[in-house]
Design a protein around this ligand. Structure first.
Ligand code: UT7
Length: 344
């Protein structure tokens, strides 16, 4: 609301998450796909994921997580509670309009600005980057940043290569302006990148302006999510590693000063390889992919929520977020963990 706080910093003051109740185990999937708990666990580290029931959409999950984050920040959902709602998602309720305005309205947030970010699995970090930049520029005092996905609605139910990987869920943080750059919770730096020459590695081929969706004939318009896993794996490790190192160099942290590495939960093997390449001990990598699968834009806030709820993230600890996804896109954010934050 106030627009005169130039030179402020953005700090995390609230955190919330939501998983739809329906939990799908690997064995559940093996009853209808040619796969096994052994293959999924050993190749990905995933043991279960949550899928929203039919009729539940991304905004439904986003509203739950957003509500919890506001509560965690000590804010009542009412007009003026935040100046903007930024929603990172690959699975908007509709191709048009953006989903964030509906989420803001259902959260009773008045006429706060609201927009979506389409960065696939890097979307939440792109959203943190734009939201914190708005705060630092004095355009907003407080912003609700949400990552929410219902991948279950875009998975081809007959494709075992994607169906076993992705899960639904939502996570959210509240960012607030502060004049104190030393305040625990402050975002200390951002690194973002993209390489659209490899856009075809992760794609929903149809349903956009290039090709209309035709569910009756996938050749004419495949409306489902596709991924070339092996190529994505290799690029993911390299891009996250370089992004993280370039950010750490810029803010003056060495890798052994990183207390918690919170990487996009795409594959446990990617997370472990990344930690090794960064020379960060494996036990500093936050891992919750075993319980939630790959939740794309919701992945990082869900991992933060789990690590906070379990008492792992403590006030002042140094946290490095890093993600990689379709686009291709990638990014990293460094912050210290806020004091006394309870996850909503
Ligand atoms: O979130 C955005 C970023 N995404 C990522 O970072 C994902 C990165 N990629 C990966 O995590 C991995 O590539 C996957 C987990 C997706 C796949 O693991 P992989 O070790 O690369 O397996 P693959 O695709 O090379 O497949 C190996 C074999 C194939 O059989 P053949 O050709 O060797 O006979 C697949 O057909 O495993 C087969 N396979 C399966 N078998 C049982 C593929 N999916 C399954 C399955 N169950 N669900």
């Amino acid at each position: 609301m106030a627009h005169h706080h130039q030179q402020s910093a953005a700090a995390v003051i609230g955190l919330g998450s939501y998983l739809p109740p329906h939990r799908i185990t690997n064995d559940d999937l093996a009853t209808r796909l040619e796969t096994s708990d052994e293959w999924i666990t050993s190749r990905t580290g995933i043991r279960a994921r949550h899928w929203a029931p039919p009729g539940t959409s991304t905004s439904d999950l986003a509203v739950e997580a957003g509500h919890r984050a506001l509560k965690s920040a000590g804010l009542y959902p009412e007009p003026g509670a935040v100046d903007a709602v930024v929603l990172a998602t690959t699975t908007p309720d509709h191709p048009c309009p953006a989903t964030a305005p509906e989420v803001a309205a259902r959260l009773q947030l008045g006429t706060a600005a609201a927009y979506d970010i389409a960065g696939v699995c890097s979307g939440f970090l792109y959203a943190l980057a734009t939201a914190s930049a708005q705060i630092i520029a004095g355009q907003a005092e407080r912003i609700l940043v949400i990552g929410a996905e219902t991948y279950s609605t875009i998975l081809n139910p007959t494709d075992r290569t994607t169906s076993v990987i992705f899960g639904d869920g939502a996570g959210a943080v509240v960012l607030s302006a502060t004049r104190d750059p030393e305040q625990p919770g402050v975002l200390l730096g951002v690194d973002l990148g993209a390489d659209g020459s490899q856009a075809d590695l992760i794609r929903i081929p149809a349903g956009g302006s290039r090709q209309r969706a035709n569910p009756d004939d996938p050749e004419l318009g495949d409306p489902y999510f596709t991924m070339q896993g092996k190529k994505v794996f290799a690029a993911a490790v390299t891009r996250m590693q370089h992004s993280a190192i370039s950010l750490l160099d810029r803010i003056g942290w060495t890798t052994d000063q990183v207390d918690h590495l919170v990487g996009h939960q795409a594959n446990i093997r990617i997370l472990k390889t990344l930690a090794r390449h960064l020379d960060i001990p494996e036990d500093r990598a936050v891992i919750n992919i075993d319980q939630v699968g790959n939740t794309s834009a919701a992945s990082i806030p869900l991992a933060l929520a789990d690590a906070t709820a379990s008492g792992r993230l403590t006030a002042g600890s140094r946290v490095l977020l890093t993600a990689f996804g379709g686009g291709l896109t990638w990014g990293s954010v460094a912050l210290t963990w806020p004091d006394g934050l309870t996850v909503g």
